[in-house]
Design a protein. Structure first.
Length: 446
């Protein structure tokens, strides 16, 4: 049996992604064939087809896996294993399918040894291969092997499916609703009553939602109307508007719509946010007023990189940063006063900071949940002027090709302060446990 030696580099270890490791050559009794699936981020390392050299002792140990092989046991428990595999991504199904192909338990052992070996330097990999080989040399059943694989899959692969990862688009029924919300008639018009179907899409797409009582919905609708009227926009209608309450006891974002100026503003959905936290140099209190979202201050997308404090200030890669340009903001340090600040709305670190939305911890921008960022982006809630450029023939790289632009795209974000003295029940603050875990430099991420 021939082997190929390859060192597993530290960069691959730190990547935290499952690697594909063939234990022995493909022709060896304990080797398993891995077919990388194209366009799957788990397989970027796998495509290199890492070869694991377990040494002479390791080879002897791997050979001992044969005594475990029992086709009857494996067949008896294939149903259980199949249920496990059905939970996996397509790429990992192919890994397991290759392991099951010859219906021998040594394939399970080779798979487990390969998965764990890929996470450690070569010396540790040899030890793990030997340990697994010895463990499987005992008469364990295929059910035990299946359970072991389930735990291995959960512990090694689960982080890739963490909450906040981009979710697949909706099934057929939701796709039909998307199309209905974006539909126009023969002359390019649209029935404004369909704008309220966005409520269902908001509930489906945005996990971090606030259930605002009807009375408070009306109060915030009147606050929105007053702020627009103060900026000669009292007759604004037929488009979505984003409203933010920067009050420390609220920290919430609302999406409103009305069809005609005579109507009251109606709530579409609400989510927790984080606004400017004063008390430190270069930290502004989020400015009040009405701000226009225009391509004159072109949006951009997050790189997903860490800052000096190990925080992804703009959130995951490719999330959109909504840029409202320069604004006059109140300094939150020194003697106060007003200064220029760059006002933006964007997602934040999905692991360290998104759970803390609901309290102030930004440098003046509005931090929002990643799912809300994708919602605003996908349906073009604030993209009226961007769409005007697209309709004129311009191509804008910042806009995704698969978005479903709504006919009622707006352009304004309005920031108010409700001056509440107590926190309403519908806008709970993060728990003390979560707040205690706030990382150092969390308020210097943007």
């Amino acid at each position: 049996m021939t082997h190929c030696r390859r060192k597993i580099c530290k960069g691959e270890l730190r990547a935290g992604l499952p690697c594909a490791v063939r234990v022995g050559a493909q022709s060896g009794p304990s080797g398993f064939a891995y077919t990388a699936m194209k366009n799957n981020k788990f397989c970027r390392l796998a495509k290199r087809a890492l070869e694991f050299e377990s040494g002479n002792n390791g080879r002897d140990a791997i050979r001992r896996m044969h005594c475990v092989g029992n086709v009857a046991r494996l067949n008896r428990d294939m149903g259980f294993a199949a249920r496990i595999v059905s939970k996996c991504t397509v790429a990992w199904r192919r890994v397991f399918a290759a392991a099951f192909s010859n219906m021998f338990i040594d394939r399970f052992a080779g798979l487990l040894a390969g998965v764990f070996a890929s996470l450690f330097a070569s010396a540790y990999a040899r030890a793990f291969a030997s340990i697994f080989a010895s463990a499987f040399a005992r008469p364990v059943t295929a059910l035990a092997a299946s359970i072991a694989i389930l735990f291995a899959f959960t512990s090694v692969c689960a982080p890739a499916f963490a909450v906040g990862a981009p979710q697949p688009r909706a099934p057929a029924s939701w796709s039909a609703l998307e199309s209905q919300v974006a539909a126009r008639d023969a002359v390019g018009g649209a029935d404004p009553r369909q704008a309220f179907l966005m409520r269902d899409l908001f509930e489906h797409d945005v996990a971090r939602r606030l259930k605002v009582p009807l009375a408070d919905q009306r109060v915030y609708g009147m606050r929105l109307e007053a702020a627009l009227d103060a900026n000669t926009l009292g007759n604004l209608s037929g488009e979505y508007v984003v409203l933010v309450d920067r009050n420390p006891n609220v920290q919430a974002l609302f999406i409103y719509f009305r069809a005609i100026p005579a109507d009251d503003w109606q709530l579409i959905g609400a989510s927790p946010v984080a606004t400017g936290r004063p008390g430190q140099y270069d930290h502004f209190i989020t400015p009040l007023g009405v701000f226009e979202h225009t391509p004159d201050n072109m949006d951009f997308r997050a790189e997903g990189t860490m800052n000096a404090n190990g925080i992804r200030g703009y959130g995951r890669h490719d999330l959109r940063i909504f840029d409202f340009g320069w604004a006059q903001g109140e300094r939150g340090w020194g003697k106060g006063g007003m200064s220029q600040m760059r006002f933006q709305m964007h997602a934040t670190d999905p692991d360290k900071l998104e759970p803390l939305l609901g309290i102030r911890h930004s440098k003046g921008c509005v931090r929002i949940p990643a799912a809300l960022d994708r919602f605003l982006d996908h349906y073009g809630i604030l993209d009226a002027e961007y769409q005007d450029l697209v309709d004129s023939g311009r191509s804008l790289w910042v806009l995704h090709a698969d978005r479903q632009i709504t006919p009622w795209a707006g352009r304004f974000i309005v920031v108010v302060d409700s001056a509440r003295k107590t926190r309403p029940a519908w806008s709970p603050a993060p728990s003390s446990t979560l707040r205690a875990k706030m990382p150092a430099g969390a308020d210097t991420a943007d």
